[in-house]
Structure formats: C-alpha cells, structure tokens
Design a protein around this ligand. Sequence first.
Ligand code: GAP
Length: 454
Amino acid sequence: MTSMDDIVSLAKRRGFVYQGSEIYGGEAGLYDFGPYGVELLNNIKASWWRANVHRKENYVGLDSAMFKNPKVWEASGHTQGFSDPLAECKKCNTRVRVDKELEKISVTADEKMSEEELNKLFDENRDKIKCPSCGAKEFSAVRAFNLLVKSNLGDFTDTGERPVYLPGEACQGIYLNFKNIVDTTRMKIPFGVAQIGKAFRNEISPRNFLFRTREFEQADTQYFIRPNENKEDYEKIKQDRWNWYLDIGVRPEKLRWKQHENVVFYAKDAWDIEYDYPSYGFDELEGVHDRTDYDLSQHMKFSGADLTYQDPHTGEKYTPWVLETSVGLGRLFLAVLSDAYTIEELENGETRTVLKFKPELAPVKVAVFPLLKNKPELVEKAREVYKMLSEHMVVEFDDNGNIGKRYRRQDEIGTPHCVTIDFDTLEDETVTVRNRDTTEQERIKITDLTAKLV
Ligand code: GAP
C-alpha cells in the first residue's frame, strides 16, 4: 500500500516538491514546487480555471491584490474569530491544536466555543491526552490563537502602528469587487466569480506534507444568488465539484462527502469533499459553504458602501447570498499525485513506479530520445523532432543511459508518451512511440506525431 513517505520521497527525488528553505534546515509548513511540480500545479490550475470560468457562461475570473485595507479582516470576522485552540506541553514545549487532539479521542470541540468553554472541555479530558512528541500529559491552559499573519506593508513606523494582514482566505477580494463586477460586466444574479489566490495561516501544527501548510493557494468560486434561494443551487454546485474530480481522473472510491457538524463563524451549512490520503486516510480536500449574506453585509457595515443588488427586471433590491467552493491547491496537488502513484510488476519480475496522471495534467507530455547518444545523425534528428513538438506541448529531451532507464525516469514523472529516434527514422521518417500505461510501442510517421500527441 502506498504510504505518505513514498509520495514525499518521489516528490523530492523527481523534482516535484522541496522543503522550503531546505539549505537553512527548512521552515515548518512551507514547501517549494520544483520543475515538474510547477508544471503539474499549473496544469491543475488551468483545468480548474477552464471548468470554472471558461466553460461557464455566468462565471467570470478575478485576481485581487493579496494585501487589503486592514478593516477588511475586521469586517470578515478574522481578527476576532479566526483562531485555533492552542496548548503547550509543559515538559517539551510542543504546541498542540487542542481540537485535533480531542478529535483523536472522539471528542468534538465546536468551532464557535469560547476560550473558557474550550478549557472546560480540555480539562475534562486532560488525562486521556498525551503530548505527541514526549508523551507527557501536562499541558498549559488553552488559548485561542489567531491564525492571521501580520505584515508592515505601507507602515513606516518603528512600532508597527498599522499592521496589515496577509490573506487568511483568498476569497475576500471577490466580495470587495462584487459591485465593480456588477457595474462593469454583463453579469446578472445568479453569477459566479472565480479566483486562485494565496492564503497564509499561522497554523499551530503544520503536518502531513502539503496537507496543512502555513502558505498555500486556494481556488475559490463565489456564486451570488437571491437570498434563501439556495438549496437547489447548492446541490448543483456540490455535484459539479464532485464531477470535476472524476473528470481530472481522481478515482471515485478515494472521494467522499462529509457534512460539518459545527460550522465556522461565516457559514450556515458546510460540506467537505474528502480524499483518502495515503497513510492517514480520509480528510478534507475542498469545502462547499453556504455563506448567506454574511460577507456582503459585514463589508457594507464596515465600509459604508452599498453592496446591495437591484434586479434589473423586477426592481427588487437585496443583499445577495453567497455559495462558496474552496479547495487548497497543495491538498489538490497531493491528492492528484497520490492518486496517480502506481507500482507495477513487469514481466521480467522487476517493478516500475509510474504516475498515471490524466495526460492533460502530466508535467511533461512527451519525451524524445535519440537511440544512441554518440551518433550525431540520431541526435540531430531527435533535436529536430523535439523542436517541432515543443511548439505545441512540454517536451523533454533525454539521451542519458539506456532506453529502459529513460522509460523508467519518464514513468516516474508521469510522461504519457516517449518517442525514440533510431536508424530506421533516418530512412523512412518514422519513430517509435511508447505508451506510458500499456508500455506498448507503435511506429508513427513524424508528420503524424503532433496530431497524435496533443
Ligand atoms: N474561504 C473559505 C475557506 O478558506 P477553509 O475550509 O478554511 O475555507 C478552504 O479552506 C480550503 O483551503 C480547505 O478545504 C483546504 O483545501 C485548504 N486549506 C485550508 N487550510 C489549509 C492549510 N493550512 N494548508 C493547506 N490547505 C489548506
């Protein structure tokens, strides 16, 4: 069975993901996407954008500034309510997220609990909770730790009098631009706005590779609707998001729905699509939230701007409700990578590791090999084919080692096809095309290659 260590090791070995600031000993909760990782990530984003903007008549895209007027985060409720309960081990100083520790012993801490209520619940269960690092059972009192990350952008005082915040969630820029979009485009309610943006959270215990990090990207859609008219749309949006996962090749048995028992402060109803991650099982991948008119009402209250909508046909005026979908791209990347990861036994008894990405997502679409490195005529022809194909797709040229080794390397990064240029190519302008999944090979004319591979 595939473990998280297998995934982390392949991700590092093959240049998908590196620990952030590795040469300085790393930094918790931060990762860098390597050469193949950034290609995979960009392909995932492009697929998401196509599905959520280009293929939907009543959705438009947005890219808002990360920094915002600090009042935005007061209005959104994040300066007050965006916290996780933290306790510290008195023996080794490890900080734990109390709700997660309680969850391990099947006790639920409500998202809306006050510090006092959390302490009471923690005290009732202290004897069952051990420090994950040293095993001790002595913890400090619980405090609600705010997750927002502060910066001094635009603040030139030494004392940091006007802190601004990095985005705690990417979606706020969409609410701030609701009126602009209504006034400058042909969008009429119901309509959606999609955005991919960065989010930062001072997570107490970042864990499980890309699953819980301190810096991550979120791909969000916010669908603006008439108040209360939400059940049908909500179900449609949920179904649509589920179908997209199947479309990008995620196995349905690895996905499931979970409704939140305790919803966060901005939501009335919340469902997660969970993925069955290697080693630790089902956990949240994407959230689908009914945010009611919470966000637009709060921004009206704090900014004084009128964010109501007037129906152009009936004249009815109202504050729209919002249905949100939000997926973290790190988690999505992890799910796609884990889902594609396959170990296969070969006829000669050896095994191969192969990433069976849907070709649309594969970082490299085709690898081009000259059969022999030391035959200039083969290398020259292979470079010609490389140049021709690279006009249309991401191609890798590889003349290192024997062909079998080159196939293994491409299998491990999930390249759907490998093209080999041999002596016959020089005679008849045909090449061998090897399929990643079946390992079958066929002979194809160079002039037909592009059409076959795009
Ligand atoms: N705007 C709504 C919102 O931010 P959320 O449930 O807090 O809701 C949405 O986050 C998604 O963002 C999650 O489903 C998850 O995929 C991702 N996410 C949240 N916190 C994360 C973290 N610390 N590291 C990686 N991804 C995270």
